[in-house]
Design a protein around this ligand. Structure first.
Ligand SMILES: [Zn+2]
Length: 64
């Protein structure tokens, strides 16, 4: 199972391309669907389901 390609946080799309790296060495990606730029955490840390739900809730509260 390959986890190298980041997923767009908006549409769960994998139509993402690597953009230029930013100053803190983390690679930056851009979604081809919605043009959203995002940085994926390069560490292979397992995020708990609770944390994911919390992040999504915070995102929704900020967007809506
Ligand atoms: Zn997208």
């Amino acid at each position: 199972m390959s986890a190298s390609k980041p997923t767009c946080p908006n549409y769960s799309s994998q139509h993402t391309v690597k953009n230029s790296s930013i100053h803190n060495q983390k690679p930056k990606y851009q979604c081809q669907n919605c043009k959203r730029q995002f940085v994926q955490n390069p560490t292979n840390k397992v995020i708990s389901k609770d944390t994911i739900e919390l992040i999504y809730r915070l995102l929704l509260e900020k967007i809506l």
